[in-house]
Design a protein. Structure first.
Length: 95
């Protein structure tokens, strides 16, 4: 007698939370961030919002190798457009 256990694919376990203090590199040095494999998960969105709010010299945030359709991209850009940014010159792009 054989038993097979079929498991449904589980989403990744995510767990990002902002640090109590902001790293100096984010405040004063980081000008470009490329986020590869972006899915729009809540923790990813929270991270991007944090970076936008704290990155004083950030110029470009690039989302590449993304797994989103045009509608999802639009919704993400709309949401992130409402986030107050530390850098007024930061542009969001999808690669």
């Amino acid at each position: 007698m054989y038993f097979y256990c079929l498991q449904e694919e589980q989403p990744p376990i995510l767990g990002w939370a902002p640090l109590p203090s902001v790293p100096t590199c984010l405040i004063s040095h980081l000008i470009v961030i490329q986020f590869k494999g972006f899915h729009g998960f809540p923790d990813e969105m929270s991270f991007v919002e944090h970076v936008l709010q704290k990155g004083l010299v950030l110029k470009t945030l690039i989302f590449s190798d993304i797994f989103l359709d045009q509608s999802e991209k639009y919704d993400i850009l709309k949401r992130l457009s409402n986030v107050s940014r530390a850098s007024g010159m930061c542009q969001l792009t999808f690669d």
